[in-house]
Design a protein around this ligand. Structure first.
Ligand code: SAH
Length: 411
């Protein structure tokens, strides 16, 4: 990718683009593989560190303005529950938040959390549900091989498929959901594919873990709306699968409901699982909480979800942020059940994570439980997500440029 004044960043380039780059430097095309391995697997931070290339070639690439383009980890906050929030900074001084959850995000299948495991069991009820068991078997064998041949890594015994990285897709967000802190920033710019992938590489390096040996789950649920930065998001997802080695079924992208992109996404060759932020049970309420509902209302959203081409053992996740006294009544739960009737889906219930400038309240625990019961009794799998890293503002909807909240009172 061409940056200012002739600079080229390697992070974000796919094999084809790397081949073009090395060929234009008069080098054989296998150099593209060496560079990809160094950047995406070893996670080098400078061209000088790519030890498979000759000194001469490294010097030439540097002279030509070629950089790795890894984000700088500017700050790091560690929560009492083990969650780590990173501030990843880019060359132009903009930064985003990236979150590491050592025990999953409490809701996505495959993250090893209680809710995730329940969801996997639910999926395994389907007749063709042997895929996960096979995957697990292969992963156990890979782990055994690794422990026989390599020095123990920090992750062993600690990181048994539970870790989840939550990444950002834009600096800020344009969607303006009324309960979300990121919305208060507005959108500053899109992230490039390299900046999206770079967040993952930086966190993997910092945590000293490596997929596929370590099971890493990835959620595109940080700052920004991935479907409003569609091309870069899709390219990043491909690079994360094909180069970084994170399994496609361990990734989930969450959208506020950009309906045309949901349709388009169904046709992608590489496609993370889909989550849709529902957050309200009728149009009046949804328009109030999520103004984008004026453009793409519930009927359009549900139509897109219904025709979405699900793969074997796949379901759509609907997220529902519960706001005390606003959208958490039994009647709302019944309306949600009606909306989702007959769909292959599950619902993740998220109690509002509070923050400065958010006018809503966290719901009472009994309301959350009742909401879940109504959905379950209607035959819809529903899980309550445990908030992670609330004390460091790392929980859903709390991500906002750290510098801007550093002075805010503790939640
Ligand atoms: N733009 C995407 C992804 C980022 S938000 C989307 O809207 O889905 C990720 C999730 O966090 C969404 O489900 C959103 O509804 C939820 N969320 C936002 N603010 C929240 C808050 N204050 N408390 C709890 N969840 C929140």
């Amino acid at each position: 990718m061409q940056k200012d004044a002739g600079q080229i960043e390697l992070l974000g380039l796919d094999r084809q683009e790397l081949a073009t780059l090395v060929e234009s430097a008069g080098e054989p095309s296998y150099r593209a593989r060496q560079i990809a391995e160094a950047v995406y697997r070893q996670r080098v931070e400078s061209v000088a560190e790519i030890s498979t290339l000759s000194q001469q070639l490294r010097a030439k690439l540097e002279e030509d303005g070629v950089l790795v383009g890894a984000p700088r980890i500017d700050r790091r906050f560690v929560s009492l529950d083990g969650t780590v929030r990173y501030l990843s900074a880019f060359a132009d001084g903009q930064s985003v938040e990236t979150v590491w959850m050592p025990e999953g995000d409490g809701g996505e299948a495959g993250d090893g959390s209680e809710a995730g495991e329940q969801a996997e069991r639910f999926a395994n009820l389907s007749p063709s549900g042997t895929e996960a068991q096979l995957d697990d078997h292969e992963e156990s064998i890979a782990a055994l091989k690794r422990s026989a041949t390599q020095k123990p890594r920090r992750s062993q015994g600690q990181n048994q498929g539970r870790s989840t990285i939550c990444i950002s897709s834009q600096v800020g967000c344009a969607v303006d959901c009324q309960f979300c802190l990121t919305a208060l920033l507005g959108v500053k710019r899109n992230l490039t594919a390299g900046e999206i992938v770079g967040q993952v590489c930086a966190v993997l390096k910092d945590q000293n873990v490596s997929p596929p040996e370590d099971r890493i789950n990835l959620v595109f649920m940080g700052m920004g709306e991935p479907f409003l930065n569609y091309e870069n998001f899709v390219k990043a997802a491909r690079l994360l699968v094909e180069e970084v080695g994170i399994a496609e079924r361990r990734m989930t992208v969450s959208t506020a409901g950009i309906v045309p992109r949901i349709h388009e996404f169904g046709g992608e060759r590489v496609r993370p699982k889909l989550a849709i932020s529902l957050n309200a049970s009728n149009d009046a309420l949804r328009t109030r909480l999520m103004p984008l509902n004026k453009k793409w209302n519930l009927e359009m959203l549900m139509d897109a979800a219904r025709v979405y081409p699900l793969r074997t053992r796949e379901w759509i996740t609907f997220e529902y942020v519960l706001l005390g006294g606003v959208n958490d009544a039994p009647e709302n739960a019944r309306e949600v059940a009606e909306l989702l009737k007959g769909m292959r889906c599950k619902v993740n219930l998220i109690a509002l994570n509070p923050g400065p400038g958010i006018e809503f309240a966290t719901p009472q625990a009994e309301r959350v439980a009742e909401f879940q019961t109504i959905l379950r009794e209607a035959g819809i799998p529903a899980f309550v997500r445990r908030p992670r890293g609330r004390d460091i503002y790392a929980a859903c909807g709390q991500l906002k440029r750290t510098v801007e909240i550093a002075t805010a009172p503790a939640p």
